[in-house]
Design a protein around this ligand. Structure first.
Ligand SMILES: [Zn+2]
Length: 463
């Protein structure tokens, strides 16, 4: 039998663009098919040829629906991939929404760039369009958690709950006799809605491919920073804008705001959820809660069946653009949650442009801000930011609250790997920014006493 190898086509040396290719004989299975995001040099990588013929890939397996794990799929289909995409039920539902939104944003950005003449492409073009999304969505093959499923020749996958976002799984892949675990994005035990990640399944493991987004740090304990920022802002007549990832942070924030309001720790003010994608995701969460999906914490499914855990009392769901415009430049205190989470696209861009120049407002970032994003520049203290070709002054307060992370930190990842019944033969560390993957690989080597390294982009490792 020829050798089993894994190729690192993305998320090596960076946290985005997760793409790993398992190869043996003529079988090729891709694990995640993500888009590169963040710095322009990274985004431009999306335009590079994949390095292999997409038509030669037998199947794709997705860990979860975040764009940096599924965003390249329509391009893969556009370029000839004709196999199935194996994923969980809610990953399928969320990925469809996310990919349609991605296609729309890219098409609009290309049009806008053509109008204003600031694109490097001439004429400006989108990486893919709605038609390409449609093509790939029809190949989705929803699969149950915990059920061993054949996806290609001598290739089986079992999805296990990862507690990161709805639908998110870590993967147990059997590939030509080798057993490989892919963490995808590993969640935390504390998620307010999702059941904690499953422990490492019993048995020998040839390799763990682990993320390391927070591989060089521990999450700060929960502080009062979040409610303090809200209270300070409301006291001075300002409003709070929270750029939030539509699919993972909005629901967690809404639950927290409801708890704080119920406990009297923040005043009851109108809360606006201003992201069509986040609202669709909320509906999937409500569906999962009402049907007591195994991914949902048992106590949540019991307590909130038929009631809304997201509504602090004055929740407004702004689905249309017209509704969104009614809260432009808010004159009385409110809280606006809008996507995207790093301020790079979506409705939040317009709110940032209105609110950044006014000192009474506060922008509260509640998630990881990748290098090169507008969000990162703001939390790093920029006094002005470029938006649609214009410089916008920053006078609003800028806060970053880390405690809402839906990623395991370094200790939590180590503890998860330590839950294995047998030591893995090796641990390959991906999905870390600027040296973080290397730092975490050293720690894994020291603490688990197993070979560990951070592969380079394009590297091929024989298992
Ligand atoms: Zn994720």
């Amino acid at each position: 039998m020829s050798e089993v190898a894994i190729e690192f086509l993305g998320a090596a040396g960076t946290v985005t663009g997760s793409r790993f290719l398992l190869t043996c004989e003529s079988t090729k299975v891709m694990i995640d098919c993500g888009m590169f995001q963040g710095l322009k040099e990274l985004r431009l990588k999306n335009w590079n040829p994949l390095g292999i013929d997409p038509g030669s890939i037998d199947a794709v397996i997705l860990t979860h629906a975040h764009l940096d794990h599924c965003g390249y799929l329509p391009k893969l289909a556009k370029d000839g991939f004709a196999g199935k995409v194996f994923l969980t039920k809610y990953t399928g539902k969320l990925a469809e929404v996310i990919l349609r939104d991605s296609a729309r944003i890219q098409t609009e950005d290309a049009k806008y760039a053509a109008l204003k003449g600031f694109s490097k492409h001439n004429p400006p073009k989108a990486l893919y369009e709605e038609d390409d999304v449609q093509k790939v969505v029809t190949r989705f093959s929803p699969t149950e958690f915990g059920v061993r499923t054949q996806v290609a020749e001598q290739t089986f996958v079992t999805f296990q709950p990862a507690g990161h976002i709805l639908g998110a799984a870590f993967l147990e892949v059997e590939f030509f006799g080798k057993r490989i675990l892919f963490t995808g994005d590993m969640g935390r035990d504390e998620h307010p809605l999702l059941a904690p990640p499953k422990r490492v399944p019993i048995g020998a493991v040839d390799a763990i491919i682990t993320e390391s987004t927070y591989g060089d740090r521990e999450h700060a304990p929960v502080t009062t920073g979040f409610e303090d920022a809200i209270n300070r802002t409301i006291a001075r007549g300002g409003s709070v804008l929270m750029p939030a990832f539509a699919v993972d942070r909005t629901e967690v924030i809404l639950v927290r705001l409801r708890e704080l309001t119920e406990q009297g720790l923040i005043p009851p003010v109108p809360i606006y959820a201003d992201s069509p994608m986040a609202l669709k995701a909320l509906d999937f969460y409500r569906d999962a809660i009402n049907t007591a999906s195994p991914e949902i914490r048992e106590e949540i499914a019991k307590t909130w069946n038929g009631r809304d855990p997201f509504d602090a009392g004055d929740l407004h769901e702004l689905r249309s653009v017209e509704e969104s415009k009614t809260i432009n430049n808010p004159t009385s205190p409110c809280i606006i949650i809008s996507a995207s989470g790093m301020g790079t696209g979506g409705r939040v861009v317009h709110h940032l442009r209105d609110m950044l120049p006014q000192a009474k407002h506060t922008i509260v970032f509640v998630g990881f801000q990748a290098m090169g994003t507008r969000g990162r520049r703001l939390v790093d203290g920029a006094t002005e930011v470029k938006m649609h070709g214009e410089m916008v002054p920053v006078r609003a307060s800028i806060e970053q609250i880390q405690s809402f992370s839906v990623h395991a930190d370094a200790d939590e990842l180590i503890a998860w790997m330590n839950s294995a019944s047998e030591k893995p033969k090796q641990v390959l560390v991906v999905h870390g920014e600027g040296g973080v993957a290397e730092t975490f690989a050293e720690r894994v080597h020291k603490e688990l006493d197993v070979p560990s390294k951070a592969p380079q982009l394009g590297e091929r490792i024989v298992l």
